[in-house]
Design a protein around this ligand. Structure first.
Ligand code: WQD
Length: 340
């Protein structure tokens, strides 16, 4: 049980909402902010059904320092900030690089400045495996050197990590969690992934195709240097991603009060290909999934998955859900959306 008050930015989004549920259920008083640029109130409503109470939510943009200062003044003091608010589509970032730099880098700088002005030091940052670019060693650990980011999205995350590395010495305690590929939904099917418009990510495109909302799935390339020719990723259940944030805060609580910067891979440690995931979806749901093979997608990394040993050891925790459960929960969430 905790008596701490935390701020969750981007908390109406996929990972932010699932994390806010775990935080509140772990006893953290939680304030959520979001500007609905990539979300709407659907997940906030679902959270209320799971929690049995309305989450504390204020609408606003994290690149707006005045908005942030007002949150800290009226809703604080916060013991920690969990910063999810960012654009996260690899392919969209190729089409809109400036929007990604302004939003992802700008919101972090604004937040760090307001944290400093309000004497809040602790931040859990949503980083990404895309910081590695296309690594030489496919299973990456936290010391794997960064290659050139394959997309503007990955470049924003590289920049944000560099900003945090430079800034922490001036008075922050920072945990960066490098997400791999979050998939799935809350087992209650009351919250899940809710892309606005045509899904960029694989699993929501799969579930929408299975639901008949999309005509067919296009697998972007089967001519990669992988066993079945399709890209390899580390698909981690979104509730495991959420729980890891609670563990990260507990870990931070246990560290000395002085300035700190630490990075952890947040993945399952198992690589799986796009085509393997497609076949597994059909197996666990029994639903037909029409797909064709298309050209490679600009910005895609060929293959990357996590060595998650450092996080597992430091947090004394491992992921609990399987890929199959992630796909099943994603499908149950899609069916719930269809029934609305
Ligand atoms: C996965 C694979 C596509 C759609 C995600 C997050 C990003 C970061 C890393 C956290 C690729 C293929 C996709 C489709 C397909 N995570 N695909 N057909 O690009 O790995 O990025 O994980 O920070 O934020 O977005 O995920 O789901 O878009 O693609 O073949 O219709 O599936 O080519 O190989 P990606 P994705």
């Amino acid at each position: 049980m905790s008596n701490k008050k935390v701020l969750v930015t981007g908390g109406a989004g996929f990972i932010g909402a699932h994390t806010a549920v775990e935080l509140i259920q772990a006893g953290y008083e939680t304030v959520i902010v979001d500007n609905f640029s990539k979300s709407d109130r659907t997940l906030l409503d679902g959270m209320e059904k799971i929690l049995g109470k309305k989450p504390t939510f204020l609408e606003g943009d994290c690149t707006d320092k005045e908005f942030l200062q007002n949150i800290f003044s009226t809703q604080g003091p916060f013991s920690c900030v969990l910063h999810f608010a960012a654009f996260k589509s690899v392919n969209e970032s190729v089409e809109k690089p400036l929007a990604y730099y302004r939003n992802n880098v700008g919101s972090l700088i604004a937040l760090l400045e307001v944290m400093k002005e309000n004497n809040v030091a602790d931040i859990i940052f949503s980083s990404s495996c895309t910081v590695y670019g296309q690594p030489d060693s496919v299973q990456v650990d936290e010391n794997t050197p960064f290659k050139k980011a394959e997309s503007p999205y990955g470049a924003t995350k590289q920049m944000c990590e560099r900003i945090l590395e430079d800034a922490y010495k001036t008075g922050y305690r920072v945990i960066s969690l490098r997400y791999f590929n979050p998939i799935g939904a809350h087992p209650s099917a009351l919250i899940g992934e809710l892309p606005i418009g045509v899904p960029g990510n694989l699993v929501p495109f799969i579930t929408q195709t299975a639901a008949g909302k999309r005509e067919k799935l296009t697998v972007f390339g089967n001519d990669y240097n992988t066993p079945d020719g399709s890209c390899i990723r580390d698909f981690i259940h979104v509730v495991d991603v959420a729980t890891a944030h609670v563990k990260a805060m507990e870990y931070l609580d246990g560290q000395p009060k002085e300035n700190l910067y630490d990075v952890f891979n947040l993945g399952t440690g198992v690589g799986a290909s796009v085509l393997e995931l497609v076949e597994l979806f059909k197996k666990v749901t029994g639903v037909n999934l029409p797909y064709t093979i298309g050209p490679r997608r600009p910005g895609d990394v060929e293959k990357v998955y996590a060595n998650a040993d450092k996080l597992n050891k430091a947090f004394n925790w491992k992921t609990r859900y399987t890929m199959a459960e992630g796909l099943l929960h994603a499908w149950q969430w899609e069916k719930k959306l269809m029934s609305k």
